[in-house]
Design a protein around this ligand. Structure first.
Ligand code: HEM
Ligand SMILES: *[C@@H]1O[C@H](CO)[C@@H](O)[C@H](O)[C@H]1NC(C)=O
Ligand SMILES: *[C@@H]1O[C@H](CO)[C@@H](O)[C@H](O)[C@H]1NC(C)=O
Ligand SMILES: CC(=O)N[C@H]1CO[C@H](CO)[C@@H](O)[C@@H]1O
Length: 334
Protein backbone atom coordinates (compact mmCIF):
# COMPACT_ATOMS: atom_id res chain seq x y z
CA UNK A 1 0.00 0.00 0.00
CA UNK A 2 1.23 3.50 -0.76
CA UNK A 3 2.29 5.39 2.39
CA UNK A 4 -0.53 7.94 2.07
CA UNK A 5 -3.13 5.19 1.73
CA UNK A 6 -1.61 3.38 4.67
CA UNK A 7 -1.80 6.55 6.72
CA UNK A 8 -5.43 6.97 5.76
CA UNK A 9 -6.10 3.36 6.68
CA UNK A 10 -4.59 3.82 10.15
CA UNK A 11 -6.39 7.06 10.85
CA UNK A 12 -9.67 5.43 9.85
CA UNK A 13 -8.97 2.53 12.23
CA UNK A 14 -8.11 4.98 15.00
CA UNK A 15 -11.30 6.93 14.37
CA UNK A 16 -13.27 3.71 14.57
CA UNK A 17 -11.54 2.65 17.81
CA UNK A 18 -12.08 6.04 19.42
CA UNK A 19 -15.69 6.52 18.40
CA UNK A 20 -16.93 3.02 17.77
CA UNK A 21 -19.90 2.52 15.47
CA UNK A 22 -22.67 4.90 16.47
CA UNK A 23 -25.50 3.33 18.41
CA UNK A 24 -28.12 4.31 15.83
CA UNK A 25 -26.13 2.52 13.13
CA UNK A 26 -26.89 -0.70 15.01
CA UNK A 27 -30.64 -0.13 14.99
CA UNK A 28 -32.41 -1.83 12.09
CA UNK A 29 -35.91 -1.78 10.62
CA UNK A 30 -36.27 -5.59 10.75
CA UNK A 31 -34.62 -6.21 14.13
CA UNK A 32 -37.46 -8.50 15.33
CA UNK A 33 -38.05 -10.15 11.94
CA UNK A 34 -37.40 -13.68 13.23
CA UNK A 35 -37.65 -13.20 17.02
CA UNK A 36 -41.06 -11.46 17.02
CA UNK A 37 -42.41 -11.06 13.49
CA UNK A 38 -45.81 -9.68 14.56
CA UNK A 39 -44.39 -6.91 16.75
CA UNK A 40 -45.86 -4.03 14.70
CA UNK A 41 -49.28 -5.66 14.37
CA UNK A 42 -49.50 -6.44 18.10
CA UNK A 43 -48.54 -2.92 19.18
CA UNK A 44 -50.80 -1.33 16.56
CA UNK A 45 -53.84 -3.33 17.80
CA UNK A 46 -53.30 -2.32 21.43
CA UNK A 47 -52.57 1.31 20.61
CA UNK A 48 -55.63 1.68 18.36
CA UNK A 49 -58.04 0.26 20.95
CA UNK A 50 -56.50 2.38 23.71
CA UNK A 51 -56.62 5.62 21.69
CA UNK A 52 -60.27 5.06 20.75
CA UNK A 53 -61.23 4.46 24.39
CA UNK A 54 -58.98 7.20 25.85
CA UNK A 55 -58.32 9.91 23.26
CA UNK A 56 -55.77 11.71 25.46
CA UNK A 57 -53.38 8.76 25.12
CA UNK A 58 -51.68 9.96 21.93
CA UNK A 59 -50.49 13.35 23.14
CA UNK A 60 -49.51 11.89 26.49
CA UNK A 61 -47.42 9.19 24.85
CA UNK A 62 -45.71 11.65 22.51
CA UNK A 63 -44.70 13.78 25.49
CA UNK A 64 -43.60 10.73 27.46
CA UNK A 65 -41.38 9.66 24.56
CA UNK A 66 -39.75 13.11 24.34
CA UNK A 67 -39.08 13.15 28.08
CA UNK A 68 -37.66 9.62 27.98
CA UNK A 69 -35.29 10.42 25.10
CA UNK A 70 -34.01 13.78 26.34
CA UNK A 71 -33.20 12.38 29.79
CA UNK A 72 -30.36 9.85 29.30
CA UNK A 73 -31.54 8.65 25.86
CA UNK A 74 -34.48 6.65 24.48
CA UNK A 75 -34.12 3.80 26.95
CA UNK A 76 -37.47 3.54 28.78
CA UNK A 77 -35.84 4.96 31.93
CA UNK A 78 -38.94 7.13 32.33
CA UNK A 79 -41.11 4.01 32.82
CA UNK A 80 -39.30 2.77 35.94
CA UNK A 81 -41.23 3.10 39.22
CA UNK A 82 -39.68 4.59 42.31
CA UNK A 83 -38.75 2.09 45.03
CA UNK A 84 -37.20 2.21 48.51
CA UNK A 85 -33.70 2.59 47.10
CA UNK A 86 -34.22 5.05 44.29
CA UNK A 87 -36.42 8.00 43.26
CA UNK A 88 -36.98 7.35 39.55
CA UNK A 89 -37.20 9.77 36.59
CA UNK A 90 -40.97 9.72 36.42
CA UNK A 91 -41.20 11.11 39.92
CA UNK A 92 -39.20 14.24 39.22
CA UNK A 93 -41.32 17.34 39.85
CA UNK A 94 -41.44 18.18 36.11
CA UNK A 95 -43.05 14.76 35.51
CA UNK A 96 -45.99 15.55 37.73
CA UNK A 97 -48.39 15.55 34.84
CA UNK A 98 -46.98 12.75 32.69
CA UNK A 99 -50.31 11.11 32.12
CA UNK A 100 -51.27 7.65 33.23
CA UNK A 101 -52.80 6.64 29.90
CA UNK A 102 -49.42 6.90 28.22
CA UNK A 103 -47.83 4.54 30.75
CA UNK A 104 -50.82 2.27 30.46
CA UNK A 105 -50.63 1.85 26.66
CA UNK A 106 -46.97 0.81 26.91
CA UNK A 107 -47.64 -1.66 29.74
CA UNK A 108 -50.55 -3.18 27.79
CA UNK A 109 -48.42 -3.55 24.64
CA UNK A 110 -45.66 -5.17 26.69
CA UNK A 111 -48.11 -7.65 28.25
CA UNK A 112 -49.41 -8.66 24.80
CA UNK A 113 -45.89 -9.01 23.42
CA UNK A 114 -44.70 -11.11 26.38
CA UNK A 115 -47.41 -13.66 25.55
CA UNK A 116 -46.22 -13.95 21.93
CA UNK A 117 -42.46 -13.56 22.25
CA UNK A 118 -41.37 -13.46 25.91
CA UNK A 119 -38.30 -11.43 26.83
CA UNK A 120 -37.67 -10.21 23.29
CA UNK A 121 -39.07 -6.72 22.63
CA UNK A 122 -37.63 -3.87 24.70
CA UNK A 123 -39.84 -1.29 26.38
CA UNK A 124 -37.80 1.45 24.68
CA UNK A 125 -38.70 0.04 21.24
CA UNK A 126 -42.36 -0.30 22.26
CA UNK A 127 -42.45 3.37 23.29
CA UNK A 128 -40.87 4.43 19.96
CA UNK A 129 -43.30 2.37 17.86
CA UNK A 130 -46.40 3.31 19.89
CA UNK A 131 -45.53 7.01 19.63
CA UNK A 132 -45.17 6.78 15.84
CA UNK A 133 -48.47 4.87 15.51
CA UNK A 134 -50.34 7.36 17.70
CA UNK A 135 -48.98 10.40 15.85
CA UNK A 136 -50.23 8.95 12.58
CA UNK A 137 -53.60 8.05 14.14
CA UNK A 138 -54.07 11.76 14.90
CA UNK A 139 -53.42 12.62 11.26
CA UNK A 140 -49.69 13.20 11.52
CA UNK A 141 -46.95 11.68 9.36
CA UNK A 142 -46.02 7.98 9.41
CA UNK A 143 -42.24 7.49 9.53
CA UNK A 144 -40.02 4.39 9.80
CA UNK A 145 -38.75 3.42 13.29
CA UNK A 146 -35.44 1.56 13.54
CA UNK A 147 -35.36 -1.02 16.32
CA UNK A 148 -32.95 -2.74 18.71
CA UNK A 149 -32.90 -0.31 21.66
CA UNK A 150 -32.16 -1.87 25.03
CA UNK A 151 -33.84 -0.73 28.25
CA UNK A 152 -31.82 1.25 30.77
CA UNK A 153 -30.24 -0.15 33.92
CA UNK A 154 -30.80 3.13 35.77
CA UNK A 155 -33.42 5.86 36.23
CA UNK A 156 -32.95 8.89 38.40
CA UNK A 157 -35.20 11.85 39.17
CA UNK A 158 -32.16 14.06 39.66
CA UNK A 159 -31.15 13.76 36.00
CA UNK A 160 -34.47 15.17 34.74
CA UNK A 161 -34.32 18.91 35.51
CA UNK A 162 -31.04 19.68 33.67
CA UNK A 163 -32.24 17.89 30.52
CA UNK A 164 -35.70 19.38 29.99
CA UNK A 165 -36.89 22.97 29.63
CA UNK A 166 -39.62 24.77 31.54
CA UNK A 167 -42.09 27.03 29.75
CA UNK A 168 -40.50 30.04 31.47
CA UNK A 169 -37.08 29.29 29.89
CA UNK A 170 -35.57 31.68 27.35
CA UNK A 171 -35.29 30.67 23.68
CA UNK A 172 -31.50 31.03 24.16
CA UNK A 173 -31.58 28.39 26.86
CA UNK A 174 -33.72 25.99 24.85
CA UNK A 175 -31.62 26.39 21.72
CA UNK A 176 -28.48 25.54 23.72
CA UNK A 177 -30.20 22.59 25.40
CA UNK A 178 -31.16 21.15 22.00
CA UNK A 179 -27.71 21.99 20.54
CA UNK A 180 -26.02 20.17 23.43
CA UNK A 181 -27.84 17.05 22.25
CA UNK A 182 -27.01 17.62 18.57
CA UNK A 183 -30.32 19.14 17.47
CA UNK A 184 -30.49 22.21 15.21
CA UNK A 185 -32.78 25.21 15.67
CA UNK A 186 -34.85 23.95 12.74
CA UNK A 187 -35.25 20.55 14.45
CA UNK A 188 -36.21 22.26 17.72
CA UNK A 189 -38.96 24.22 15.97
CA UNK A 190 -40.18 21.13 14.09
CA UNK A 191 -40.31 18.98 17.27
CA UNK A 192 -42.19 21.73 19.11
CA UNK A 193 -44.97 21.19 16.56
CA UNK A 194 -45.91 18.30 18.87
CA UNK A 195 -47.83 20.97 20.80
CA UNK A 196 -50.43 20.81 18.02
CA UNK A 197 -52.09 18.20 20.25
CA UNK A 198 -52.72 17.70 23.95
CA UNK A 199 -53.21 19.83 27.04
CA UNK A 200 -51.34 22.08 29.42
CA UNK A 201 -52.29 22.71 33.02
CA UNK A 202 -53.05 26.32 34.03
CA UNK A 203 -50.02 26.53 36.31
CA UNK A 204 -47.77 26.13 33.27
CA UNK A 205 -48.90 29.48 31.84
CA UNK A 206 -50.69 31.23 34.74
CA UNK A 207 -47.99 33.92 34.93
CA UNK A 208 -48.96 34.98 31.39
CA UNK A 209 -52.64 35.54 32.19
CA UNK A 210 -52.75 36.68 35.83
CA UNK A 211 -50.98 39.79 37.14
CA UNK A 212 -48.53 39.67 34.23
CA UNK A 213 -46.09 42.40 35.26
CA UNK A 214 -46.43 41.98 38.99
CA UNK A 215 -48.55 44.94 40.11
CA UNK A 216 -48.03 46.85 36.86
CA UNK A 217 -50.89 47.81 34.56
CA UNK A 218 -50.78 44.72 32.32
CA UNK A 219 -53.37 42.07 33.14
CA UNK A 220 -51.88 39.59 30.69
CA UNK A 221 -48.88 39.02 28.41
CA UNK A 222 -49.22 41.60 25.59
CA UNK A 223 -47.94 39.10 23.01
CA UNK A 224 -51.21 37.21 23.60
CA UNK A 225 -54.36 37.69 21.60
CA UNK A 226 -56.63 39.56 24.14
CA UNK A 227 -59.71 37.39 23.52
CA UNK A 228 -57.60 34.28 24.01
CA UNK A 229 -56.17 35.69 27.27
CA UNK A 230 -59.67 36.47 28.58
CA UNK A 231 -60.94 32.99 27.75
CA UNK A 232 -57.97 31.44 29.56
CA UNK A 233 -58.48 33.70 32.59
CA UNK A 234 -62.02 32.33 32.82
CA UNK A 235 -61.02 28.71 32.30
CA UNK A 236 -58.24 28.96 34.89
CA UNK A 237 -60.04 31.19 37.42
CA UNK A 238 -60.10 28.38 39.96
CA UNK A 239 -56.79 26.69 39.16
CA UNK A 240 -55.15 27.22 42.55
CA UNK A 241 -57.98 25.30 44.20
CA UNK A 242 -58.18 22.79 41.39
CA UNK A 243 -54.72 22.23 39.89
CA UNK A 244 -56.07 19.58 37.49
CA UNK A 245 -57.66 22.23 35.21
CA UNK A 246 -56.00 22.09 31.80
CA UNK A 247 -56.65 23.65 28.39
CA UNK A 248 -55.82 22.62 24.81
CA UNK A 249 -52.35 23.42 23.46
CA UNK A 250 -53.88 24.06 20.02
CA UNK A 251 -57.27 25.73 20.50
CA UNK A 252 -58.19 25.50 16.82
CA UNK A 253 -57.80 21.74 16.16
CA UNK A 254 -56.86 20.28 19.57
CA UNK A 255 -57.04 16.61 18.66
CA UNK A 256 -55.59 16.77 15.17
CA UNK A 257 -51.92 16.55 14.30
CA UNK A 258 -51.58 19.39 11.78
CA UNK A 259 -49.74 22.70 11.30
CA UNK A 260 -52.37 24.87 13.01
CA UNK A 261 -50.06 25.19 16.02
CA UNK A 262 -47.72 27.36 13.92
CA UNK A 263 -50.56 29.37 12.40
CA UNK A 264 -51.82 30.01 15.94
CA UNK A 265 -48.43 31.37 17.02
CA UNK A 266 -48.58 33.98 14.25
CA UNK A 267 -51.93 35.17 15.71
CA UNK A 268 -50.87 35.35 19.37
CA UNK A 269 -52.66 32.10 20.14
CA UNK A 270 -49.66 30.24 21.58
CA UNK A 271 -50.42 28.77 25.00
CA UNK A 272 -47.02 28.38 26.64
CA UNK A 273 -44.62 31.33 26.87
CA UNK A 274 -41.92 29.34 25.06
CA UNK A 275 -44.32 28.55 22.21
CA UNK A 276 -45.21 32.21 21.67
CA UNK A 277 -41.57 33.36 21.92
CA UNK A 278 -40.66 31.05 19.01
CA UNK A 279 -42.73 33.24 16.70
CA UNK A 280 -40.80 36.36 17.71
CA UNK A 281 -37.19 35.19 17.99
CA UNK A 282 -35.32 35.86 14.70
CA UNK A 283 -33.63 32.44 14.86
CA UNK A 284 -36.86 30.43 15.16
CA UNK A 285 -39.44 32.70 13.46
CA UNK A 286 -38.48 31.79 9.85
CA UNK A 287 -39.25 28.12 10.56
CA UNK A 288 -42.51 28.99 12.34
CA UNK A 289 -43.57 30.91 9.22
CA UNK A 290 -42.43 28.09 6.91
CA UNK A 291 -44.39 25.42 8.80
CA UNK A 292 -47.45 27.68 9.18
CA UNK A 293 -47.52 28.12 5.41
CA UNK A 294 -46.58 24.60 4.34
CA UNK A 295 -47.82 21.54 6.22
CA UNK A 296 -45.88 19.19 3.94
CA UNK A 297 -42.64 20.90 4.94
CA UNK A 298 -43.62 20.54 8.62
CA UNK A 299 -44.49 16.84 8.28
CA UNK A 300 -41.21 16.10 6.44
CA UNK A 301 -39.09 17.92 9.02
CA UNK A 302 -41.06 16.48 11.94
CA UNK A 303 -40.59 12.93 10.61
CA UNK A 304 -36.83 13.40 10.26
CA UNK A 305 -36.50 15.06 13.65
CA UNK A 306 -38.56 12.33 15.36
CA UNK A 307 -36.36 9.62 13.85
CA UNK A 308 -33.27 11.47 15.02
CA UNK A 309 -34.83 11.91 18.46
CA UNK A 310 -35.64 8.19 18.56
CA UNK A 311 -31.93 7.37 18.02
CA UNK A 312 -30.72 9.76 20.71
CA UNK A 313 -28.61 8.09 23.40
CA UNK A 314 -29.93 4.59 22.70
CA UNK A 315 -28.28 1.66 24.46
CA UNK A 316 -27.45 -1.47 22.51
CA UNK A 317 -25.66 -4.73 23.29
CA UNK A 318 -24.70 -5.16 26.94
CA UNK A 319 -25.30 -1.50 27.83
CA UNK A 320 -28.90 -2.39 28.64
CA UNK A 321 -31.39 -5.22 28.99
CA UNK A 322 -34.80 -6.24 27.66
CA UNK A 323 -36.94 -5.71 30.72
CA UNK A 324 -39.54 -8.33 31.58
CA UNK A 325 -41.68 -5.59 33.09
CA UNK A 326 -41.37 -2.03 31.83
CA UNK A 327 -41.61 -0.50 35.31
CA UNK A 328 -38.98 -2.66 37.08
CA UNK A 329 -35.34 -3.54 36.36
CA UNK A 330 -34.91 -7.30 35.77
CA UNK A 331 -32.62 -7.75 38.80
CA UNK A 332 -35.38 -6.42 41.07
CA UNK A 333 -38.32 -8.32 39.60
CA UNK A 334 -39.20 -11.73 40.93
C1 HEM B 1 -38.62 22.53 24.17
C2 HEM B 1 -39.42 23.02 24.97
C3 HEM B 1 -40.68 22.41 25.52
C4 HEM B 1 -41.29 22.85 26.62
C5 HEM B 1 -40.86 24.00 27.52
C6 HEM B 1 -42.45 22.02 26.82
C7 HEM B 1 -43.34 22.17 27.86
C8 HEM B 1 -44.54 21.52 27.96
C9 HEM B 1 -45.50 21.72 29.01
C10 HEM B 1 -45.32 22.65 30.20
C11 HEM B 1 -46.58 20.96 28.74
C12 HEM B 1 -47.86 20.86 29.57
C13 HEM B 1 -47.77 19.70 30.52
C14 HEM B 1 -48.99 19.64 31.40
O1 HEM B 1 -49.39 20.67 31.95
O2 HEM B 1 -49.55 18.54 31.56
C15 HEM B 1 -46.30 20.25 27.53
C16 HEM B 1 -47.18 19.37 26.93
C17 HEM B 1 -46.84 18.59 25.85
N1 HEM B 1 -45.61 18.54 25.24
FE1 HEM B 1 -44.09 19.84 25.49
N2 HEM B 1 -42.53 21.09 25.82
C18 HEM B 1 -41.45 21.27 25.00
C19 HEM B 1 -41.14 20.50 23.89
C20 HEM B 1 -41.84 19.38 23.49
C21 HEM B 1 -41.41 18.44 22.48
C22 HEM B 1 -40.09 18.53 21.71
C23 HEM B 1 -42.37 17.49 22.38
C24 HEM B 1 -42.44 16.25 21.51
C25 HEM B 1 -41.68 15.99 20.48
C26 HEM B 1 -43.42 17.86 23.29
C27 HEM B 1 -44.63 17.21 23.43
C28 HEM B 1 -45.67 17.61 24.24
C29 HEM B 1 -47.01 17.08 24.16
C30 HEM B 1 -47.53 16.06 23.13
C31 HEM B 1 -47.75 17.68 25.18
C32 HEM B 1 -49.23 17.41 25.55
C33 HEM B 1 -49.25 16.31 26.60
C34 HEM B 1 -50.63 15.86 26.98
O3 HEM B 1 -51.64 16.33 26.47
O4 HEM B 1 -50.72 14.99 27.87
N3 HEM B 1 -43.06 18.99 23.97
N4 HEM B 1 -45.05 20.60 27.08
C1 LIG C 1 -39.28 28.81 36.17
O1 LIG C 1 -40.25 28.13 36.92
C2 LIG C 1 -39.74 27.24 37.89
C3 LIG C 1 -40.90 26.55 38.59
O2 LIG C 1 -41.81 26.06 37.68
C4 LIG C 1 -38.88 28.00 38.89
O3 LIG C 1 -38.30 27.09 39.81
C5 LIG C 1 -37.78 28.76 38.15
O4 LIG C 1 -37.06 29.57 39.05
C6 LIG C 1 -38.35 29.63 37.05
N1 LIG C 1 -37.26 30.16 36.25
C7 LIG C 1 -37.23 31.41 35.83
C8 LIG C 1 -36.06 31.79 34.96
O5 LIG C 1 -38.07 32.23 36.14
C1 LIG D 1 -43.91 22.75 0.63
O1 LIG D 1 -42.84 21.97 1.10
C2 LIG D 1 -42.57 20.85 0.29
C3 LIG D 1 -41.53 20.00 1.03
O2 LIG D 1 -40.43 20.72 1.42
C4 LIG D 1 -42.12 21.33 -1.08
O3 LIG D 1 -41.83 20.22 -1.91
C5 LIG D 1 -43.21 22.18 -1.69
O4 LIG D 1 -42.76 22.72 -2.92
C6 LIG D 1 -43.63 23.29 -0.75
N1 LIG D 1 -44.81 23.94 -1.26
C7 LIG D 1 -44.89 25.24 -1.47
C8 LIG D 1 -46.20 25.75 -1.98
O5 LIG D 1 -43.96 26.00 -1.23
C1 LIG E 1 -47.34 9.78 36.35
C2 LIG E 1 -46.43 9.86 37.51
O1 LIG E 1 -45.80 8.90 37.87
N1 LIG E 1 -46.35 11.06 38.08
C3 LIG E 1 -45.54 11.29 39.25
C4 LIG E 1 -44.65 12.51 39.04
O2 LIG E 1 -44.03 12.88 40.23
C5 LIG E 1 -44.85 13.10 41.39
C6 LIG E 1 -43.99 13.52 42.54
O3 LIG E 1 -43.28 14.67 42.29
C7 LIG E 1 -45.67 11.84 41.69
O4 LIG E 1 -46.54 12.10 42.77
C8 LIG E 1 -46.45 11.45 40.48
O5 LIG E 1 -47.12 10.24 40.72
Amino acid sequence: MAPRLLQLFFSLCLLFLLRGPSASAKLTLDYYKTSCPRVHEIISDIVTTKQINSPTTAAGTLRLFFHDCFVSGCDASVLISTNHFNVAERDADINLSLPGDAFDVIIRSKTALELQCPGVVSCADILAIATRDLVSMLGGPFYPVRLGRKDSLASSAASVEPNLARPNASIDKIISLFASKGFTVREFVALSGAHTVGFSHCQEYSDRIFNFNKGGHLAFDPTMNPKFAEALQKACANYLKDPTIATFNDIMTPGKFDNLYYQNLLKGLGLLATDQKMAADPRTAPFVRLYAANETAFFEDFSHAMQKLSHYGVKTGRKGEVRRRCDVFNNLSA
